[in-house]
Design a protein around this ligand. Structure first.
Ligand SMILES: Nc1ncnc2c1ncn2[C@@H]1O[C@H](COP(=O)(O)OP(=O)(O)OP(=O)(O)O)[C@@H](O)[C@H]1O
Ligand SMILES: [Mg+2]
Length: 475
């Protein structure tokens, strides 16, 4: 047993075992020396007795030292994270057991803390990655410590550990970062161009982290891509420019004729008749244009609100065909209806569907050849064809097709028909009146209803616009 303990005891030079044995046996050494000096004990008995004290001390100390050695080795292993916490130490001394238990529970507590910290870091990274805008975290020297998914996609997958000076080639941007890092400023904002010839105008906000954040990150850079907002802004200013131009043209015609009527044609009865007719036409065009512009903005404003009226598409189509029949007859055209059985009512905005059908029928009457037939058909469709640019509803739909005869529309024109103010040159040359807004209004209405619009055009069949409207709007 004792030998086993000795074997177990891997006494290393630093354990102090020998020192402790000597120290414990020192008082008895003094006692024996005194006894020899006083002639109360023979020197060889004193030596023998001292040797037995040393042996006894060793025998009593070996188990405790052996266990402390085991605990020490175990703690060293825990420190390097290679120990198995469920590993059972072979301890018999109560104190050694208590120390081992205390160390074990401390280790378990830190393991739990580490796991919690790791989980928090993973969830923080996931949250940052869901943000659509790039975010960078930098240290005191401007090294990038962290980058969310958006910034890795914009800049580089291996952006971390690079210095901002090597990533961004804008002096203004680097100066702003340095100002924040040197604590000359708490936050800086600026507009600059994204690196790597991306030609993207970016807005950057560089913000110092509060003093109580103890990590290596000292500042956060948030970037916002301004190109999308600029495109929308450009579209809006183009729209205003187009609308103003469209209004200015008839207005200048009217002003010109007013001036002529006030001067040279003052007493010319025949000229007055002709000019007044042109002025009335131009005024009519202007009011149509204003009406369409207001309509377009109203529909755009209603985009976020889903339609909720029970709508009878067949009734709307019949009424629109009736209303446009006079204009059609004037062009030697007729409107045929081909309505399938059991077309259900749909959930829609009845007023907007009426406007949509009228716009399509009006185009068919205006741009179809004379004489010819226009056919409006209503069918049930199992689904709505997908769109690349907007969301369409899932499920069954009602499909309204308006066909008119006429020459094939080129692919280039087909792509642009729903653009605001776009009109085909052939129709402008033929002096067919129009604002170029009817189809863009139709498209906005269809988008609000989560439907879709398809156009096909051939020389033989003419042009067919098909509108798909969901029976119930399900995204
Ligand atoms: N059925 C069609 N056949 C041939 N071309 C068409 C047809 N519908 C539209 N287009 C072409 O598409 C252009 C845009 O049509 P849209 O309805 O948006 O404007 P518009 O008819 O010119 O003006 P508005 O609708 O205000 O009277 C038309 O100018 C025309 O060139
Ligand atoms: Mg039109």
């Amino acid at each position: 047993m004792w030998l086993k303990k000795v074997r177990q005891l891997d006494i290393d030079s630093n354990s102090g075992f020998a020192k402790r044995v000597l120290l414990l046996s020192l008082p008895s050494a003094f006692v024996f020396i005194m006894l020899v000096i006083l002639n109360l004990l023979e020197p060889y008995w004193a030596l023998l007795s001292y040797a037995s004290v040393v042996v006894f001390t060793m025998v009593f100390m070996i188990p405790a030292s052996s266990e402390m050695q085991q605990v020490k080795n175990y703690i060293s292993k825990l420190a390097t994270d290679t120990a198995d916490t469920d590993f059972k130490l072979n301890l018999s001394e109560q104190e050694a057991k208590d120390i081992a238990d205390a160390v074990n529970s401390m280790h378990k507590f830190w393991l739990y803390k580490t796991d919690a910290l790791e989980a928090q870091t993973i969830s923080d990274t996931a949250v940052l990655d869901t943000l659509p805008d790039p975010i960078l975290m930098i240290d005191r020297s401007g090294n990038i410590l962290g980058a969310n998914l958006a910034s890795r996609q914009l800049l580089d997958a291996d952006i971390t550990e690079k210095n901002v000076e090597n990533v961004f080639n804008s002096n203004n941007f680097i100066n702003a970062v340095n100002k924040v890092l040197k604590k000359e400023s708490d936050a800086e904002s600026l507009v600059f161009y994204a690196p790597g010839g991306l030609n993207k105008k970016m807005y950057a906000h560089i913000k110092q982290l509060p003093w109580f954040s103890k990590g290596r990150t000292v500042a956060v850079i948030s970037l916002y891509d301004l190109s999308k907002a600029m495109t929308v802004e450009k579209m809006q200013s183009d729209f205003v420019a187009n609308a103003s131009h469209e209004l200015r043209t008839p207005l200048s015609v009217i002003s010109g004729f007013i001036e002529t009527l006030q001067t040279s044609a003052k007493n010319d009865e025949q000229a007055r008749e002709t000019f007044l007719k042109i002025m009335a036409d131009q005024a009519e065009y202007m009011s149509q244009l204003i009406e369409n512009l207001l309509s377009l903005s109203r529909i755009e404003l209603s985009q976020d609100k889903l339609p909720d009226e029970k709508t009878d598409v067949c009734k709307i189509v019949k009424e629109a065909a009736e209303a446009l029949s006079v204009k059609a007859v004037a062009r030697n055209m007729s409107i045929n209806l081909d309505i399938a059985d059991k077309i259900p009512t749909i959930i829609a905005d009845s007023q907007q569907i009426k406007q949509l059908v009228q716009n399509l029928l009006d185009n068919a009457v205006k741009y179809g050849v004379s004489p010819s037939e226009i056919t409006v058909s209503i069918k049930l469709s199992e689904q709505i064809p997908a769109s690349k640019t907007f969301n369409v509803a899932k499920g069954k739909a009602v499909a309204i097709s308006v066909n008119n005869k006429g020459p094939k529309i080129s692919a280039d024109d087909l792509k642009r028909l729903t653009e605001r103010f776009y009109r085909m040159q052939t129709h402008k040359d033929l002096n067919i009146k129009g604002t170029g807004l009817g189809l863009s209004i139709a498209k906005q209405i269809i988008m609000r209803h989560r439907g879709n619009l398809t156009v096909s055009s051939t020389n033989y069949n003419g042009t067919t616009f098909t509108v798909y409207l969901p029976i119930k709007i399900k995204d």
